[in-house]
Design a protein around this ligand. Structure first.
Ligand SMILES: [Zn+2]
Length: 252
């Protein structure tokens, strides 16, 4: 019995049928119907882990494998005798769900917060440099570079590696750099409780290098500033001075 047969035999309930009334035949259709029913957005840069059970990822990989087989067939690539193309459909399905888009299917990284509310609490700026790999949602081409994440410490602190883990979790989706910059600022704010946040990113885009304009080193810079990073020129300057120092001492 294939996976899609399994779901075909599922009783049709409100949970596995959408308002349009179609009978579900794959897990992906069931999950899409549930998200539509709830008004849950499922764009390429959205996390949908709340809708997935543990074993669902394996099912989705199986379903995406079948779909990628059809894509390869449509591209007239012989996946039966070309040894390099034999397992490609499954490799692609697995790569999307467990690697390049894993930030859609995995819940947020656990970022235990430590209190920062004593008399000698840290009140300064913290700037973390995070290396990121992402993928543009327009062309599914790699986007790579660094993000500098700055905060003015609030009532709690998180481990230094968590800044990068959170940024990577946001990046491992289909994104636009502008959106990604916003997503990182929002999630860092959520994890740290900080309202004063700066995120500066510089990334190269495969979609500008491998195709289209074919421009090498297509470096794109984006900045998101909130709270004092936005309103106080001194804080803003300190953030960018920190970035310059980081770039001097940790060149790419
Ligand atoms: Zn693109």
């Amino acid at each position: 019995m294939t996976d899609s047969d399994m779901y075909k035999n599922e009783p049709v309930t409100y949970d596995n049928i959408d308002e349009g009334g179609y009978q579900e035949s794959t897990l992906a259709r069931v999950l899409r119907a549930r998200m539509k029913r709830d008004g849950k957005r499922f764009w390429a840069n959205d996390n949908i882990s709340d809708y997935l059970h543990k074993s669902d990822k394996e099912h989705l990989i199986n379903e995406a494998t079948k779909a990628f087989e059809q894509v390869l067939d449509a591209l007239l690539i012989d996946r039966e005798t070309d040894p390099s193309s034999k397992g490609t459909a499954r490799r692609l399905a697995k790569m999307y769900i467990t690697e390049v888009m894993s930030g859609r299917y995995e819940p947020a990284p656990d970022a235990t917060a430590f209190p920062n509310d004593s008399k000698d609490r840290y009140e300064g700026m913290l700037v973390v440099r995070s290396e990121l790999r992402s993928m543009c949602s327009h062309h599914h081409q790699p986007v790579a570079g660094v993000a500098y994440i700055g905060i003015i410490a609030a009532q709690k602190l998180i481990g230094l590696s968590k800044y990068t883990r959170i940024a990577q979790w946001c990046a491992r989706r289909g994104t636009l750099q502008e959106e990604l910059c916003n997503d990182i600022a929002r999630e860092i704010g959520r994890a740290t409780g900080a309202e004063d946040i700066g995120v500066y990113m510089q990334m190269t885009h495969g979609c500008c290098e491998n195709r289209g304009i074919m421009a090498h080193s297509s470096l794109t810079q984006t900045t998101v500033l909130t709270g004092s990073f936005k309103s106080d020129p001194g804080t803003k300057k300190e953030f960018f001075d920190n970035i310059k120092l980081q770039q001097e001492f940790a060149p790419r």
